[in-house]
Design a protein around this ligand. Structure first.
Ligand SMILES: C[S@@+](CC[C@H](N)C(=O)[O-])C[C@H]1O[C@@H](n2cnc3c(N)ncnc32)[C@H](O)[C@@H]1O
Length: 443
Protein backbone atom coordinates (compact mmCIF):
# COMPACT_ATOMS: atom_id res chain seq x y z
CA UNK A 1 0.00 0.00 0.00
CA UNK A 2 1.39 3.43 -0.92
CA UNK A 3 1.62 6.08 1.83
CA UNK A 4 -1.11 8.05 0.04
CA UNK A 5 -3.44 5.08 0.10
CA UNK A 6 -2.70 4.70 3.79
CA UNK A 7 -3.75 8.32 4.31
CA UNK A 8 -6.95 7.77 2.27
CA UNK A 9 -7.78 4.76 4.44
CA UNK A 10 -7.11 6.68 7.64
CA UNK A 11 -9.31 9.54 6.50
CA UNK A 12 -12.10 7.21 5.42
CA UNK A 13 -12.09 5.52 8.81
CA UNK A 14 -11.91 8.78 10.73
CA UNK A 15 -14.52 10.81 8.84
CA UNK A 16 -16.69 8.12 7.30
CA UNK A 17 -16.05 9.63 3.86
CA UNK A 18 -15.69 7.33 0.91
CA UNK A 19 -13.38 9.29 -1.32
CA UNK A 20 -14.27 9.47 -4.96
CA UNK A 21 -11.80 10.52 -7.61
CA UNK A 22 -12.35 14.24 -6.92
CA UNK A 23 -12.09 13.67 -3.15
CA UNK A 24 -8.80 11.81 -3.57
CA UNK A 25 -7.43 14.61 -5.71
CA UNK A 26 -8.46 17.18 -3.12
CA UNK A 27 -6.85 15.08 -0.41
CA UNK A 28 -3.65 14.66 -2.39
CA UNK A 29 -3.19 18.37 -2.94
CA UNK A 30 -4.03 19.10 0.71
CA UNK A 31 -1.48 16.55 1.90
CA UNK A 32 1.21 17.93 -0.40
CA UNK A 33 0.45 21.44 0.81
CA UNK A 34 0.52 20.40 4.48
CA UNK A 35 3.79 18.51 4.03
CA UNK A 36 5.37 21.68 2.69
CA UNK A 37 3.97 23.76 5.54
CA UNK A 38 5.17 21.28 8.16
CA UNK A 39 8.53 20.72 6.47
CA UNK A 40 7.91 17.00 6.05
CA UNK A 41 9.85 15.24 3.33
CA UNK A 42 7.54 12.30 2.66
CA UNK A 43 3.91 11.21 2.69
CA UNK A 44 5.02 8.36 4.90
CA UNK A 45 6.06 10.92 7.53
CA UNK A 46 2.72 12.72 7.15
CA UNK A 47 0.81 9.43 7.52
CA UNK A 48 2.87 8.86 10.67
CA UNK A 49 1.53 12.11 12.13
CA UNK A 50 -2.03 10.99 11.58
CA UNK A 51 -1.56 7.39 12.65
CA UNK A 52 -2.77 6.60 16.13
CA UNK A 53 -3.97 10.20 16.40
CA UNK A 54 -0.41 11.32 17.16
CA UNK A 55 -1.29 14.85 16.14
CA UNK A 56 -4.99 15.62 16.83
CA UNK A 57 -4.53 19.16 15.52
CA UNK A 58 -3.35 17.89 12.17
CA UNK A 59 -6.51 15.82 11.94
CA UNK A 60 -8.54 18.98 12.40
CA UNK A 61 -6.63 20.75 9.65
CA UNK A 62 -7.10 17.83 7.31
CA UNK A 63 -10.81 17.37 8.04
CA UNK A 64 -11.39 21.05 7.61
CA UNK A 65 -9.67 21.01 4.20
CA UNK A 66 -11.28 17.93 2.74
CA UNK A 67 -14.87 18.22 3.97
CA UNK A 68 -17.24 20.18 1.76
CA UNK A 69 -19.04 22.96 3.58
CA UNK A 70 -21.05 24.38 0.74
CA UNK A 71 -24.33 25.58 2.27
CA UNK A 72 -26.66 28.55 2.45
CA UNK A 73 -29.76 29.61 4.35
CA UNK A 74 -33.07 28.11 3.19
CA UNK A 75 -31.25 25.51 1.13
CA UNK A 76 -33.79 22.96 -0.11
CA UNK A 77 -36.87 25.24 0.08
CA UNK A 78 -39.41 22.42 -0.31
CA UNK A 79 -38.10 20.84 2.88
CA UNK A 80 -38.34 24.10 4.81
CA UNK A 81 -41.89 24.58 3.62
CA UNK A 82 -42.80 21.08 4.76
CA UNK A 83 -41.04 21.58 8.06
CA UNK A 84 -42.77 24.86 8.69
CA UNK A 85 -46.24 23.84 7.59
CA UNK A 86 -46.39 20.22 8.55
CA UNK A 87 -43.75 19.17 11.04
CA UNK A 88 -43.70 22.22 13.31
CA UNK A 89 -47.47 22.57 13.95
CA UNK A 90 -47.72 18.97 14.98
CA UNK A 91 -44.48 18.79 16.91
CA UNK A 92 -45.21 22.02 18.76
CA UNK A 93 -48.47 20.54 19.95
CA UNK A 94 -46.67 17.39 21.11
CA UNK A 95 -43.96 19.46 22.81
CA UNK A 96 -46.59 21.53 24.64
CA UNK A 97 -48.13 18.32 25.96
CA UNK A 98 -44.71 17.09 27.14
CA UNK A 99 -43.54 20.19 28.98
CA UNK A 100 -43.33 22.94 26.42
CA UNK A 101 -39.93 22.65 24.74
CA UNK A 102 -39.25 21.70 21.13
CA UNK A 103 -35.67 20.53 20.54
CA UNK A 104 -34.11 20.26 17.09
CA UNK A 105 -30.72 19.09 15.88
CA UNK A 106 -28.81 20.29 12.86
CA UNK A 107 -26.23 17.54 12.37
CA UNK A 108 -23.37 18.43 9.99
CA UNK A 109 -24.25 22.10 10.35
CA UNK A 110 -21.32 23.50 8.30
CA UNK A 111 -21.06 27.20 9.18
CA UNK A 112 -24.47 27.36 10.84
CA UNK A 113 -26.59 28.14 7.78
CA UNK A 114 -29.09 25.36 8.47
CA UNK A 115 -29.39 26.11 12.19
CA UNK A 116 -30.00 29.80 11.43
CA UNK A 117 -32.73 28.87 8.96
CA UNK A 118 -34.36 26.56 11.46
CA UNK A 119 -34.19 29.29 14.12
CA UNK A 120 -36.03 31.70 11.82
CA UNK A 121 -38.67 29.14 10.94
CA UNK A 122 -39.30 28.31 14.60
CA UNK A 123 -39.26 31.94 15.71
CA UNK A 124 -41.74 32.84 13.01
CA UNK A 125 -44.19 29.98 13.48
CA UNK A 126 -47.49 30.97 15.08
CA UNK A 127 -47.81 27.33 16.15
CA UNK A 128 -44.93 27.75 18.57
CA UNK A 129 -47.03 29.94 20.87
CA UNK A 130 -46.69 28.63 24.43
CA UNK A 131 -43.72 26.50 23.46
CA UNK A 132 -40.03 27.28 23.81
CA UNK A 133 -37.38 25.87 21.52
CA UNK A 134 -33.68 25.32 21.22
CA UNK A 135 -31.37 23.93 18.58
CA UNK A 136 -28.27 21.80 18.88
CA UNK A 137 -25.94 22.19 15.90
CA UNK A 138 -22.93 19.94 15.39
CA UNK A 139 -20.15 19.37 12.89
CA UNK A 140 -16.89 17.47 12.64
CA UNK A 141 -14.99 20.59 11.53
CA UNK A 142 -13.99 22.71 14.52
CA UNK A 143 -13.03 25.71 12.41
CA UNK A 144 -16.49 25.70 10.78
CA UNK A 145 -18.03 25.57 14.26
CA UNK A 146 -16.05 28.62 15.30
CA UNK A 147 -17.48 30.51 12.35
CA UNK A 148 -20.97 29.21 13.22
CA UNK A 149 -20.77 30.56 16.74
CA UNK A 150 -20.33 34.09 15.40
CA UNK A 151 -23.57 33.74 13.44
CA UNK A 152 -22.27 35.89 10.56
CA UNK A 153 -23.01 34.96 6.96
CA UNK A 154 -21.70 36.36 3.67
CA UNK A 155 -24.24 37.89 1.32
CA UNK A 156 -24.07 34.83 -0.94
CA UNK A 157 -25.32 32.59 1.89
CA UNK A 158 -28.43 34.65 2.59
CA UNK A 159 -29.66 35.14 -0.95
CA UNK A 160 -32.58 32.71 -0.48
CA UNK A 161 -33.83 34.25 2.76
CA UNK A 162 -37.28 35.80 2.24
CA UNK A 163 -36.79 39.60 2.46
CA UNK A 164 -39.17 40.02 5.40
CA UNK A 165 -37.20 37.53 7.44
CA UNK A 166 -33.86 38.98 6.42
CA UNK A 167 -34.99 42.41 7.67
CA UNK A 168 -36.24 40.95 10.91
CA UNK A 169 -33.51 38.47 11.80
CA UNK A 170 -30.29 39.48 10.04
CA UNK A 171 -28.29 42.59 10.91
CA UNK A 172 -25.71 44.01 8.49
CA UNK A 173 -22.18 43.73 9.90
CA UNK A 174 -19.07 44.52 7.85
CA UNK A 175 -19.54 42.80 4.51
CA UNK A 176 -21.90 40.19 5.95
CA UNK A 177 -25.06 39.69 7.99
CA UNK A 178 -25.39 38.50 11.58
CA UNK A 179 -28.22 36.45 13.00
CA UNK A 180 -29.88 38.49 15.74
CA UNK A 181 -28.63 37.57 19.24
CA UNK A 182 -31.99 36.37 20.55
CA UNK A 183 -31.98 33.62 17.90
CA UNK A 184 -28.25 32.88 17.98
CA UNK A 185 -28.31 32.34 21.73
CA UNK A 186 -30.82 29.52 21.34
CA UNK A 187 -28.37 27.53 19.24
CA UNK A 188 -25.77 25.42 20.96
CA UNK A 189 -22.82 24.57 18.70
CA UNK A 190 -20.94 21.39 19.54
CA UNK A 191 -18.35 19.17 17.94
CA UNK A 192 -19.58 15.74 16.88
CA UNK A 193 -18.37 13.13 14.43
CA UNK A 194 -21.44 11.40 13.02
CA UNK A 195 -19.66 8.11 12.44
CA UNK A 196 -18.63 7.85 16.11
CA UNK A 197 -21.61 6.05 17.55
CA UNK A 198 -23.43 5.95 19.89
CA UNK A 199 -24.00 9.70 19.82
CA UNK A 200 -23.88 11.52 23.14
CA UNK A 201 -27.64 12.22 23.19
CA UNK A 202 -30.31 10.38 25.07
CA UNK A 203 -32.98 8.39 23.27
CA UNK A 204 -35.86 10.51 22.05
CA UNK A 205 -33.92 13.75 22.67
CA UNK A 206 -35.02 15.55 19.48
CA UNK A 207 -38.29 16.38 17.78
CA UNK A 208 -36.54 17.33 14.54
CA UNK A 209 -33.26 16.00 13.17
CA UNK A 210 -31.63 17.39 10.02
CA UNK A 211 -28.84 15.26 8.56
CA UNK A 212 -28.68 16.91 5.17
CA UNK A 213 -26.05 16.71 2.47
CA UNK A 214 -23.57 14.65 4.41
CA UNK A 215 -24.82 11.06 4.04
CA UNK A 216 -23.86 11.29 0.43
CA UNK A 217 -20.19 11.06 1.41
CA UNK A 218 -20.63 7.99 3.60
CA UNK A 219 -20.44 4.29 2.87
CA UNK A 220 -23.65 2.27 3.07
CA UNK A 221 -22.51 0.87 6.42
CA UNK A 222 -22.06 4.34 7.86
CA UNK A 223 -25.35 5.55 6.41
CA UNK A 224 -27.01 2.63 8.12
CA UNK A 225 -25.28 3.43 11.38
CA UNK A 226 -26.32 7.09 11.17
CA UNK A 227 -29.91 6.13 10.36
CA UNK A 228 -30.08 3.76 13.32
CA UNK A 229 -28.79 6.42 15.66
CA UNK A 230 -31.05 9.08 14.16
CA UNK A 231 -34.02 6.88 14.91
CA UNK A 232 -32.83 6.38 18.47
CA UNK A 233 -32.42 10.08 19.22
CA UNK A 234 -35.72 11.05 17.57
CA UNK A 235 -38.73 11.39 19.84
CA UNK A 236 -41.70 9.20 18.78
CA UNK A 237 -43.40 11.03 15.92
CA UNK A 238 -40.24 13.10 15.35
CA UNK A 239 -39.16 14.11 11.85
CA UNK A 240 -35.88 13.38 10.10
CA UNK A 241 -34.82 15.28 6.99
CA UNK A 242 -31.94 14.19 4.79
CA UNK A 243 -30.67 16.17 1.79
CA UNK A 244 -32.87 16.57 -1.28
CA UNK A 245 -30.49 14.43 -3.33
CA UNK A 246 -30.12 11.81 -0.61
CA UNK A 247 -32.32 9.01 0.50
CA UNK A 248 -31.82 6.38 3.14
CA UNK A 249 -31.46 3.86 0.32
CA UNK A 250 -33.18 0.95 1.99
CA UNK A 251 -31.65 1.64 5.38
CA UNK A 252 -34.71 3.22 6.97
CA UNK A 253 -34.47 0.98 10.03
CA UNK A 254 -37.89 1.60 11.53
CA UNK A 255 -38.38 5.05 10.10
CA UNK A 256 -41.35 5.76 7.92
CA UNK A 257 -40.77 7.60 4.65
CA UNK A 258 -43.32 10.38 4.07
CA UNK A 259 -43.96 11.74 0.63
CA UNK A 260 -44.50 15.47 1.01
CA UNK A 261 -45.11 16.13 -2.65
CA UNK A 262 -41.98 18.05 -3.49
CA UNK A 263 -39.72 16.27 -1.05
CA UNK A 264 -39.48 13.40 1.39
CA UNK A 265 -39.01 13.17 5.11
CA UNK A 266 -38.75 10.28 7.51
CA UNK A 267 -40.67 9.89 10.70
CA UNK A 268 -40.16 7.92 13.83
CA UNK A 269 -43.20 5.65 14.26
CA UNK A 270 -45.81 8.22 13.23
CA UNK A 271 -49.12 7.45 14.89
CA UNK A 272 -52.28 7.50 12.75
CA UNK A 273 -53.42 10.54 14.73
CA UNK A 274 -50.19 12.32 13.96
CA UNK A 275 -50.44 11.41 10.29
CA UNK A 276 -53.98 12.78 10.15
CA UNK A 277 -52.89 15.99 11.75
CA UNK A 278 -49.94 16.22 9.45
CA UNK A 279 -52.18 15.91 6.41
CA UNK A 280 -54.41 18.72 7.60
CA UNK A 281 -51.50 21.16 7.04
CA UNK A 282 -51.81 24.79 8.09
CA UNK A 283 -50.25 26.47 5.15
CA UNK A 284 -49.07 30.02 5.47
CA UNK A 285 -45.79 31.38 6.49
CA UNK A 286 -42.22 32.29 5.95
CA UNK A 287 -41.69 30.68 2.57
CA UNK A 288 -44.40 33.00 1.24
CA UNK A 289 -45.47 32.79 -2.36
CA UNK A 290 -43.18 29.85 -3.14
CA UNK A 291 -45.01 27.60 -0.70
CA UNK A 292 -47.15 24.89 -2.24
CA UNK A 293 -50.86 25.32 -1.51
CA UNK A 294 -52.32 23.54 1.49
CA UNK A 295 -54.35 21.07 -0.50
CA UNK A 296 -51.37 20.10 -2.60
CA UNK A 297 -49.31 19.27 0.45
CA UNK A 298 -52.15 17.66 2.33
CA UNK A 299 -53.08 15.10 -0.29
CA UNK A 300 -49.47 14.27 -1.00
CA UNK A 301 -48.58 13.49 2.58
CA UNK A 302 -48.66 9.76 2.15
CA UNK A 303 -46.34 7.08 3.45
CA UNK A 304 -44.13 5.68 0.73
CA UNK A 305 -44.52 1.99 0.07
CA UNK A 306 -41.33 -0.01 0.10
CA UNK A 307 -40.50 -0.73 -3.51
CA UNK A 308 -38.20 -3.55 -4.52
CA UNK A 309 -34.89 -2.45 -5.96
CA UNK A 310 -34.68 -2.50 -9.71
CA UNK A 311 -38.26 -1.43 -10.37
CA UNK A 312 -37.07 1.94 -11.59
CA UNK A 313 -37.02 0.79 -15.17
CA UNK A 314 -35.51 2.25 -18.29
CA UNK A 315 -38.88 3.39 -19.54
CA UNK A 316 -39.27 5.66 -16.49
CA UNK A 317 -35.92 7.23 -17.17
CA UNK A 318 -36.88 7.62 -20.81
CA UNK A 319 -40.05 9.46 -19.75
CA UNK A 320 -38.03 11.80 -17.57
CA UNK A 321 -35.53 12.42 -20.34
CA UNK A 322 -38.37 13.11 -22.74
CA UNK A 323 -39.85 15.72 -20.41
CA UNK A 324 -36.54 17.44 -20.01
CA UNK A 325 -35.94 17.38 -23.76
CA UNK A 326 -39.39 18.97 -24.18
CA UNK A 327 -38.35 21.81 -21.88
CA UNK A 328 -40.34 20.76 -18.81
CA UNK A 329 -37.45 20.79 -16.35
CA UNK A 330 -39.69 21.10 -13.31
CA UNK A 331 -41.80 18.10 -14.29
CA UNK A 332 -38.70 16.08 -15.18
CA UNK A 333 -37.12 16.93 -11.85
CA UNK A 334 -40.18 15.80 -9.93
CA UNK A 335 -40.12 12.51 -11.86
CA UNK A 336 -36.42 12.00 -11.29
CA UNK A 337 -36.79 12.61 -7.56
CA UNK A 338 -39.66 10.16 -7.33
CA UNK A 339 -37.72 7.54 -9.28
CA UNK A 340 -34.67 8.08 -7.12
CA UNK A 341 -36.65 7.35 -4.00
CA UNK A 342 -37.77 3.99 -5.30
CA UNK A 343 -34.93 3.18 -7.63
CA UNK A 344 -32.12 3.63 -5.13
CA UNK A 345 -28.61 4.31 -6.23
CA UNK A 346 -29.12 5.55 -9.71
CA UNK A 347 -26.23 7.61 -10.92
CA UNK A 348 -28.04 8.39 -14.15
CA UNK A 349 -31.06 9.77 -12.31
CA UNK A 350 -28.86 11.98 -10.16
CA UNK A 351 -27.21 13.29 -13.32
CA UNK A 352 -30.61 13.88 -14.89
CA UNK A 353 -31.83 15.69 -11.80
CA UNK A 354 -28.67 17.81 -11.96
CA UNK A 355 -29.46 18.81 -15.53
CA UNK A 356 -32.99 19.74 -14.46
CA UNK A 357 -31.68 21.95 -11.66
CA UNK A 358 -29.30 23.54 -14.10
CA UNK A 359 -32.16 24.44 -16.43
CA UNK A 360 -34.14 25.76 -13.49
CA UNK A 361 -31.22 28.05 -12.71
CA UNK A 362 -30.36 26.25 -9.46
CA UNK A 363 -26.62 25.76 -9.88
CA UNK A 364 -25.83 24.69 -6.33
CA UNK A 365 -28.44 21.98 -6.39
CA UNK A 366 -27.13 20.92 -9.79
CA UNK A 367 -23.61 20.63 -8.38
CA UNK A 368 -24.92 18.49 -5.56
CA UNK A 369 -26.72 16.15 -7.94
CA UNK A 370 -23.72 15.82 -10.22
CA UNK A 371 -21.56 15.00 -7.21
CA UNK A 372 -24.07 12.40 -6.12
CA UNK A 373 -23.96 10.84 -9.58
CA UNK A 374 -20.18 10.79 -9.58
CA UNK A 375 -20.06 9.35 -6.12
CA UNK A 376 -22.09 6.44 -7.45
CA UNK A 377 -20.33 6.19 -10.80
CA UNK A 378 -17.04 8.11 -11.08
CA UNK A 379 -16.54 7.14 -14.72
CA UNK A 380 -19.42 9.26 -16.04
CA UNK A 381 -17.30 11.68 -18.04
CA UNK A 382 -20.29 13.71 -19.28
CA UNK A 383 -21.25 14.42 -15.68
CA UNK A 384 -17.71 15.62 -14.93
CA UNK A 385 -18.05 17.83 -17.97
CA UNK A 386 -21.45 19.18 -16.86
CA UNK A 387 -20.13 19.75 -13.34
CA UNK A 388 -17.07 21.53 -14.68
CA UNK A 389 -19.31 23.90 -16.65
CA UNK A 390 -21.51 24.69 -13.66
CA UNK A 391 -18.53 25.29 -11.38
CA UNK A 392 -16.95 27.51 -13.99
CA UNK A 393 -20.09 29.62 -14.34
CA UNK A 394 -20.30 29.92 -10.54
CA UNK A 395 -16.73 31.20 -10.39
CA UNK A 396 -15.11 28.13 -8.79
CA UNK A 397 -12.40 27.96 -11.37
CA UNK A 398 -10.01 25.67 -9.46
CA UNK A 399 -12.62 23.03 -8.93
CA UNK A 400 -13.89 23.46 -12.45
CA UNK A 401 -10.41 22.91 -13.88
CA UNK A 402 -10.08 19.80 -11.77
CA UNK A 403 -13.26 18.43 -13.34
CA UNK A 404 -12.14 19.31 -16.86
CA UNK A 405 -8.90 17.47 -16.16
CA UNK A 406 -10.87 14.42 -15.07
CA UNK A 407 -12.84 14.58 -18.34
CA UNK A 408 -9.56 14.50 -20.26
CA UNK A 409 -8.20 11.68 -18.13
CA UNK A 410 -11.34 9.60 -18.58
CA UNK A 411 -11.68 10.32 -22.27
CA UNK A 412 -8.07 9.31 -22.91
CA UNK A 413 -8.24 6.21 -20.74
CA UNK A 414 -10.47 3.17 -20.86
CA UNK A 415 -12.80 3.76 -17.92
CA UNK A 416 -15.08 6.45 -19.39
CA UNK A 417 -18.78 5.65 -19.08
CA UNK A 418 -21.43 7.35 -21.17
CA UNK A 419 -24.90 8.32 -19.95
CA UNK A 420 -27.50 6.21 -21.68
CA UNK A 421 -29.50 9.32 -22.58
CA UNK A 422 -26.51 11.36 -23.76
CA UNK A 423 -27.71 11.57 -27.33
CA UNK A 424 -31.29 12.50 -26.47
CA UNK A 425 -30.05 15.43 -24.41
CA UNK A 426 -27.29 16.38 -26.84
CA UNK A 427 -24.39 15.65 -24.51
CA UNK A 428 -20.97 15.24 -26.10
CA UNK A 429 -19.28 11.90 -26.70
CA UNK A 430 -15.76 11.23 -25.39
CA UNK A 431 -13.91 12.95 -28.22
CA UNK A 432 -16.02 16.06 -28.20
CA UNK A 433 -15.98 16.28 -24.38
CA UNK A 434 -12.19 15.95 -24.40
CA UNK A 435 -11.90 18.63 -27.08
CA UNK A 436 -14.07 21.04 -25.12
CA UNK A 437 -12.32 20.24 -21.84
CA UNK A 438 -8.91 20.85 -23.40
CA UNK A 439 -10.20 24.13 -24.82
CA UNK A 440 -11.49 25.21 -21.39
CA UNK A 441 -8.10 24.34 -19.89
CA UNK A 442 -6.35 26.32 -22.60
CA UNK A 443 -4.48 23.25 -23.83
C1 LIG B 1 -22.21 20.05 2.44
S1 LIG B 1 -22.19 20.43 4.15
C2 LIG B 1 -23.88 20.32 4.57
C3 LIG B 1 -24.33 21.48 5.43
C4 LIG B 1 -25.82 21.52 5.74
N1 LIG B 1 -26.24 20.33 6.45
C5 LIG B 1 -26.62 21.69 4.48
O1 LIG B 1 -27.30 20.75 4.07
O2 LIG B 1 -26.58 22.75 3.86
C6 LIG B 1 -21.51 18.92 4.84
C7 LIG B 1 -21.04 19.10 6.26
O3 LIG B 1 -20.85 17.80 6.82
C8 LIG B 1 -19.76 17.87 7.72
N2 LIG B 1 -19.27 16.51 7.92
C9 LIG B 1 -18.59 15.72 7.07
N3 LIG B 1 -18.30 14.54 7.64
C10 LIG B 1 -18.83 14.57 8.89
C11 LIG B 1 -18.84 13.66 9.96
N4 LIG B 1 -18.25 12.47 9.86
N5 LIG B 1 -19.46 14.04 11.09
C12 LIG B 1 -20.05 15.26 11.21
N6 LIG B 1 -20.05 16.17 10.23
C13 LIG B 1 -19.44 15.83 9.07
C14 LIG B 1 -18.78 18.76 6.98
O4 LIG B 1 -17.80 19.30 7.85
C15 LIG B 1 -19.71 19.82 6.41
O5 LIG B 1 -19.84 20.89 7.26
Amino acid sequence: MTPFEKICGLLERRSGHVLDRGGRERLRSTVVHRMAELGLASMEAYAGLLLGNRDPEEWQVLLSQVTIKESYLFRGPAQWTALENQAVPELAEAARREGGELVAWSAACARGEEAATLAMVLAESPHMAGCTWRIVATDVDRSALEVSRRGVFPERAIRNVPPGLARKYLEPVGTGFRLVPNLLQRIEFRWLNLVDTPWPFSSGAFHIVLVRNVLIYFSEENRRRVTREARRVLAPGGWLFVGASESLWGTTEGLQAINLGRCFAYRHGASPAAARHCGSGVIRGVMGAGSPPAAALAHKTTPVKATPPGCCCAIDIAGTVHRLAQGDAEGALAMAIRLLETGRERAELQALAGMCHERLDQPLQAVERYRAALYLEPGLFQVHWLLAGTLEREGWSDRSRQEYRTVLELARGSSAISLSFARALELPGTEEAARRAAEALGE
